[in-house]
Every structure is written in structure tokens, then in C-alpha cells.
Design a protein around this ligand. Structure first.
Ligand code: HEM
Ligand code: HEM
Ligand code: SF4
Ligand code: SF4
Length: 438
């Protein structure tokens, strides 16, 4: 099909081996032109052609043609809509406005086909029809509509579909979790429930930006980290256990004897040779806390750091313990002021019990500190680096623990305070010499 704008540079991107966003956009542009369902499009029919045109122009000139955001949103909310205006509206009228909406995804990302049809229909009717399932924020991302459509979409979603917008700007971003107990035997707590409850508890923080910058909660049911909480969230909630890994020695034998496929068969299809428990499990244990005694697998659980490797390889033989809960880690971010950073351990273990008061207390103490001390656009992880982890411990009322130290000398941020030292820091030298010869 011939489109409004010539796009030789974009066309070239379609020649690579991977699926191309250019092909996707062309397909959507064609669909809007043909309009097989006779939709009364509420924004320009050729907005997707104009997006292709403006991207092509940017590729040619090596300059972007979008103005800086601008405040745009829906009544009562300060987030959820990200404003986009093109600085070439005459050439590309279809994208003169091209705002993004964040739509709060259901926990575990379960949908009915009926719901999916309804959001697609709504977005075809009132937007560009281009969407992303899902952004790394977690949300469903609606890409491109005009300002006049925002309230209409918001009304339709909240009143008819029980569907809220997500977070954007300096607020609590849409909390996001792995599917947890709903399908996964490794879940150490109900990630969906905790994510849901905290989303409701912190509606105000989610919709009314009052923070120095963005703040993310992500909930992983176990250290496998299917939503990568440790890398992507200012507060990462990771399921864990504090007793011993459960071992079924009969199943260990079955893995060793080749009756059970390792990794649940995930690596089948190639000949890796017979399963070797020494090479594939014991030698790969990061804390070297496993060994065989005859045909029995032994684990020194005191040393195990719950990395999940052995459990992933032999799920029928090994399972997380029974005394389950979560760890709270803080401060992950992608580069903004400083480089990328992973979360640091704050609470090694906490039981997950409704109404989650222990968890809320940690959250709210952290927010009080960060909102008071955080600079504009400073993430929690940067504040922790600037003021120190010990300050974080003071502000949360948590005690320094061995688990806060990654390894000796690596992060020595725990110091004695003068009032903790008998006699303080200034000692009397004559008194000292009474006990210590020169
Ligand atoms: C068809 C065109 C576009 C596509 C396919 C697209 C795709 C996306 C997606 C998928 C996200 C969510 C990312 C995530 O959370 O993982 C996103 C966010 C974002 N997009 Fe786009 N986008 C488009 C247009 C634009 C335009 C026109 C601009 C700028 C003028 C823009 C700037 C941004 C920014 C700054 C964010 C991050 C917002 C935040 O979290 O602070 N995008 N985009
Ligand atoms: C309970 C007793 C002791 C404690 C709590 C202790 C504590 C420490 C600490 C915290 C450090 C600094 C580690 C670092 O740089 O990260 C250190 C270093 C050192 N300690 Fe001790 N220490 C003890 C006993 C001793 C004794 C008895 C000796 C010698 C007879 C000793 C010799 C050293 C030396 C030489 C270093 C420097 C090592 C290096 O920089 O490579 N320590 N100690
Ligand atoms: S993070 Fe753990 S509990 Fe959650 S889905 Fe992944 S493996 Fe399962
Ligand atoms: S979970 Fe990880 S650290 Fe613990 S025993 Fe298994 S491989 Fe070792």
C-alpha cells in the first residue's frame, strides 16, 4: 500500500531478521485506511502514517521533532498520561498531539478475551490503535491520542470497565508482580494479593505526584525474579524462606539415574550428554554448600543464599522451605543521575501477613525520609548513596545486620555512633595507660 510519506530509511529496518516495529506500524496504518469495521475514528485516520513520517524525518535529520512533554492529564489525577506534541504539526497533523496513556495492568497479567477486545476497540475508536503489552513499567501502554479524547477514554475505562490508569511522573508507579501462587509452585508469598492491597492502600501516591521522582514497587514470589524486582524497583519484594530446602532423596536418585529430565525438560532438543549432578548443580552452587554423601544430596542450609539454582535444575527433588516470607531490598534504578544500580538488602526476612502493617511501616518510613531529603529527580538509591545506608537504617528504625554487608570491606557503611561507645570517642589517655603499657 502507498502511504502518505516516503520512508526509505525505515523500510530498511524491515529487512533485518527480527520482527519490526515499522512493519507493525505499517500494518496498523493500512488497517486504519481500509477500516473494515467502519469505526468512526475520533482522531486523524492517518495518524499512524504521520508517526512513520515524523520518525523518518528524524532519522534523516538526526533530530527529534517532539516538544518537551507539557502538562496534560485527566481530572483529579496528576499521572497516567504522558504528553506528546509534535513540533511539525503542519507537515504531520495526525501527530500534532500524540499522548501516551499508562493503563494499570491486572496482577499476573490475566485477561479475558472479552476485556482485551473492549480495550482494543476503545483504543481504535479514540486513539491510534497502537499499544504495547506491556511496558517495562508493567502497564498496558496506549500510544497516541489527542487531548480532547483523554477524559472520554478515562470515563469509559473507569466507569464501564473497572479499569484504572497507572502511574507516571513523580509518583508511585504502577506496582507490578509475578503471577506468584496462581501458577507457580515456587512462590513464597501471594505476590498478587500484596501487589493488589498496596496498590489500593497507596492510591493517593499513585495518582497524585508528590514525590521527588518516580518510585517503584515490584513483587517477585521467589529469587528467580520474574519481574526483575531487584534490578528495576526502588523497593523490591522478593519471596524467600528461612528454614531448609526440602529434599526428596528418591527424586534426587531419579535425576541422577536419568529418569527425570533436569530443568523440567527446558533444555531438551539437543544432546547435552547424561545429567551430571556434580557439574550442573553442586559445582554451580554460588556458596558451595552442597555435596553428595553416597547417593544422598546434602545441603548446609546455613550457607545457602537462596539463589534458586539447584531448585530450578531439580524441581521434583528440591523445594523451597516451609517457613516462607519475603526480603525487602531498596534502591534499584536505571541510569538517571548516576549509573544503573541494583537493590541493596534492607530487611532479610519478614513474614507476609495481612494487613501487612510491618511492610507498610517500612515503606512509609522510607517515604518520609526521601520526601524530606531527596533532591528533585533523585531516586531513593541515589539518596542512600548520598546520605549513607546507615542513615536509611536510622530513618527506618532498623538495626544493622550481617546480611547488610555484601562481603567484608565491600560496603562498610555501618559505623558506631558516639553514644553507643562506652565513654564516647574522647578517651582519657592516663586512664587508658593504666591498663595498656607503652
Ligand atoms: C509509535 C510510537 C511510540 C512507541 C511505539 C512508543 C513506545 C513506548 C513504550 C512501549 C513505552 C513504555 C516503556 C516501558 O515502560 O517499558 C514508552 C514510554 C515512553 N515513551 Fe514512547 N513510544 C512512542 C512514541 C513516543 C514519543 C512520540 C515520545 C516522545 C516524544 C516517546 C517518549 C517516551 C518516553 C519519555 C517514555 C517514558 C515515560 C516515563 O516513564 O517517564 N514515545 N514508549
Ligand atoms: C576481636 C578481635 C579483632 C577485631 C574485631 C578486628 C577487627 C578488624 C577490622 C574491622 C579490621 C579492618 C578490616 C577492613 O579493613 O575491612 C581489621 C584489620 C586488621 N586487623 Fe584486626 N581485629 C581483631 C583482632 C586482630 C588482632 C588480634 C590482630 C593482630 C594480632 C589484628 C590485626 C589486623 C590487621 C593487621 C589488620 C589489617 C589487615 C589488612 O589491612 O590487610 N586484628 N581488624
Ligand atoms: S518470581 Fe519465582 S514465584 Fe514468581 S513466577 Fe517467577 S519463579 Fe515463580
Ligand atoms: S539455592 Fe543456590 S545457594 Fe542454596 S543450595 Fe541451591 S544452589 Fe546453593
Amino acid at each position: 500500500m502507498a502511504f502518505k510519506h516516503e520512508t526509505p530509511l525505515l523500510d530498511q529496518l524491515e529487512s533485518g531478521p527480527w520482527p519490526s516495529f515499522v512493519s507493525d506500524l505499517k500494518r496498523q496504518a493500512t488497517h486504519r485506511k481500509e477500516n473494515p469495521d467502519n469505526v468512526e475514528y475520533q482522531i486523524d485516520t492517518d495518524c499512524v502514517e504521520d508517526i512513520l513520517g515524523v520518525v523518518e524525518l528524524s532519522y534523516k535529520e538526526k533530530e527529534v521533532h517532539w516538544k518537551h512533554g507539557g502538562i496534560v492529564g485527566v481530572f483529579g489525577y496528576g499521572g497516567g498520561v504522558i504528553g506528546r506534541y509534535c513540533d511539525q504539526p503542519e507537515q504531520f497533523p495526525g501527530v500534532a498531539h500524540f499522548h501516551t496513556l499508562r493503563v494499570n495492568q491486572p496482577n499476573g497479567k490475566y485477561y479475558t478475551t472479552d476485556y482485551l477486545r473492549r480495550i482494543c476497540d476503545l483504543w481504535d475508536f479514540r486513539g491510534s490503535g497502537v499499544m504495547n503489552m506491556h511496558g517495562s513499567t508493567g502497564d498496558i501502554i496506549f500510544l497516541g491520542t489527542r487531548t480532547e479524547q483523554l477524559e472520554e477514554i478515562f470515563y469509559e475505562m473507569t466507569h464501564k470497565m473497572d479499569q484504572d490508569l497507572g502511574g507516571s511522573g513523580s509518583n508511585l508507579r504502577t506496582p507490578s508482580c509475578c503471577l506468584g501462587e496462581s501458577r507457580c509452585e515456587w512462590a513464597c508469598y501471594n505476590t498478587q494479593e500484596l501487589c493488589y492491597q498496596l496498590t489500593h492502600e497507596y492510591q493517593d501516591e499513585l495518582h497524585r505526584p508528590a514525590f521527588p521522582y518516580k518510585f517503584k514497587f515490584k513483587f517477585d514470589g521467589c529469587p528467580n525474579g520474574c519481574v526483575a524486582a531487584i534490578a528495576r524497583a526502588d523497593m523490591s519484594f522478593l519471596g524467600t524462606w528461612r528454614d531448609n530446602i526440602r529434599i526428596d532423596q528418591e527424586a534426587v536418585k531419579a535425576y541422577v539415574g536419568g529418569e527425570l529430565p533436569p530443568n523440567g525438560g527446558a533444555h531438551s532438543g539437543r544432546d547435552w550428554g547424561p545429567f551430571d549432578i556434580q557439574k550442573e548443580v553442586i559445582d554451580r552452587c554460588p556458596t558451595q554448600c552442597m555435596w553428595m554423601e553416597g547417593d544422598q544430596l546434602k545441603i548446609n542450609d546455613k550457607e545457602c543464599n537462596r539463589c534458586m539454582h539447584c531448585i530450578n535444575v531439580m524441581p521434583r527433588a528440591l523445594r523451597p522451605g516451609e517457613d516462607k516470607g519475603l526480603s525487602i531490598l531498596v534502591g534499584a534504578k536505571a541510569p538517571i543521575l548516576d549509573g544503573a544500580q541494583m537493590s541493596s538488602m534492607l530487611v532479610p526476612f519478614m513474614k507476609v501477613e495481612e494487613p501487612y502493617d510491618d511492610i507498610k511501616e517500612v515503606i512509609e518510613n522510607i517515604w518520609d525520609w526521601w520526601m524530606e531529603e531527596g533532591k528533585n529527580r533523585e531516586r531513593l538509591g541515589e539518596l542512600i548513596k548520598r546520605q549513607g545506608f546507615q542513615k536509611l537504617l536510622d530513618m527506618t528504625g532498623l538495626k544493622a545486620l550481617a546480611q547488610h554487608v555484601q562481603e567484608p570491606r565491600h560496603n562498610p557503611y555501618i559505623f558506631w555512633r558516639e553514644e553507643e561507645v562506652p565513654g564516647g570517642f574522647s578517651q582519657d589517655i592516663t586512664d587508658f595507660r593504666k591498663r595498656h603499657q607503652r
